[in-house]
Design a binder for this molecule. Structure first.
Ligand SMILES: Nc1nc2c(ncn2[C@@H]2O[C@H](COP(=O)(O)OP(=O)(O)OP(=O)(O)O)[C@@H](O)[C@H]2O)c(=O)[nH]1
Ligand SMILES: [Mg+2]
Length: 372
């Protein structure tokens, strides 16, 4: 293991020094804020960064590919470009996060105590650094506007966050009659339970005519769960196996107000997923697809799930299992990134109680609750 400490004016400069001297395999062990010389003559000092990095010098395995350079640093064979870029991005993201956490609020923000505190909350919330930076730029822009401040500082702090994502009430979003809503997503995220909650809300509380269709043929007897809810509420259920049967069931239920369609949970990593989704549900413009995501899912898996299921046009995200985590940052980052609105939030197993329509205020509170 070779260990070395680098002093640089900024993180970008430090990282390129690390790559140059230790090679691309180097691992960053720590970053810290430091004062560095302003210029060659040594006059003046400015904030900079100290990065400690290490590289593994163990011999190349006898069957291994790759090469050593003249410093003795081992270079593995070139990885596939996409995975390399993803790894680099993750590394830079983590470094930036550390950097922002350590360096604290910029000096201009310190004049506004309330905002500086809010900045600290944001940097610790797990929110994407690029988004924190955009928030800073936005706040700075507002504060620099001449004349009387139109907003209180608290409003300045929250306003940008609350408008960084979309919310939708899917019932009001479309006038179509009937409405056909499908619930798609990874296994076990709560699709069927969410359908049962919505069936009770619309059928029993709002007295609308609701029908249920189950396309879940993945597990033996998977539709029994929905059939039991249907029996309790008196709502009709049709089980379908093929696309043609789905079309027939949709036609049969055409005089109802709302048809909730349950699908089989699928691993976002399943190679045939997108083909299957396209073949069973693609090119049916009457369908509104709601992607169900669990708040407990790790961010990298969320990113992949959104990517794979978005082969179908997604009308909204439904976020489940909010009662099982206090870290909402992964979901929040994705809501800001994709701008697909969030419709419902669920926080518990009770049918029908544990579901609510999403609002900007509630979603923002979920992000901030861990630190506030
Ligand atoms: N804590 C908690 N549990 C939930 C929530 N929503 C669903 N569940 C539970 O999660 C488990 C799986 O729920 P299902 O509705 O069967 O999930 P699914 O997505 O239909 O699963 P598959 O059809 O197998 O893909 C059940 O035990 C539910 O009670 C929620 O908001 N909070
Ligand atoms: Mg299910």
């Amino acid at each position: 293991m070779k260990l070395k400490t680098f002093l640089a004016r900024d993180l970008k400069d430090a990282l390129s020094q690390v790559k140059r001297e230790l090679g691309p395999e180097a691992v960053i062990l720590s970053t810290q804020s430091r004062w560095v010389k302003e210029n060659q003559t040594g006059w003046g000092r400015r904030p900079g960064v100290e990065v400690t990095a290490a590289v593994d010098m163990t011999p190349i395995p006898s069957n291994g590919d790759g090469d050593r350079d003249d410093r003795g640093v081992w270079f593995p064979p070139p990885p596939t470009p996409v995975s390399q870029i993803q790894e680099d991005l993750e590394e830079v993201k983590e470094l930036l996060h550390q950097w922002m956490r350590q360096s604290g609020p910029p000096s201009w923000l310190l004049q506004h105590k309330e905002l500086a505190m809010f900045y600290r909350v944001l940097t610790k919330s797990g929110l994407d650094e690029r988004f924190v930076q955009r928030w800073l730029d936005n706040v700075q822009g507002i504060l620099e506007q001449p004349g009387e401040q139109p907003l209180t500082l608290k409003e300045v702090a929250c306003r940008y966050l609350m408008h960084a994502f979309g919310v939708v009430d899917p019932w009001k979003a479309k006038e179509a009659q009937p409405r056909y809503w499908t619930f798609i997503g990874p296994t076990g995220v709560g699709k069927t339970t969410t359908i049962a909650k919505l069936a009770a809300k619309f059928g029993l509380m709002e007295k609308l005519q609701v029908g249920l269709i189950s396309m879940d043929n993945q597990r033996l007897g998977a539709h029994n769960q929905l059939a039991a809810y249907g029996r309790l509420t008196g709502q009709p259920l049709i089980v379908v196996h093929r696309r043609q049967e789905l079309l027939e069931a949709m036609e049969k239920m055409g005089d109802l107000d709302l048809i909730l369609i349950d699908t089989a949970g699928r691993s976002p990593y399943a190679p045939a997923l997108q083909k299957e989704l396209q073949e069973s549900l693609g090119d049916l413009p009457e369908l509104e697809h709601h992607l169900v995501l669990s708040a407990t899912t790790k961010e990298s898996n969320l990113i992949n799930a959104i990517k794979r299921f978005s082969i179908l046009p997604i009308s909204s995200y439904i976020i489940t299992k909010l009662d099982e985590t206090n870290d909402f940052s992964g979901i929040f980052n994705q809501l800001c990134r994709h701008r697909v609105p969030v419709s419902y939030l669920t926080a518990g197993q009770q049918v029908p109680e544990d579901i609510e329509l999403a609002s900007r205020r509630r979603v923002t509170e979920l992000l901030l609750r861990r630190r506030s």
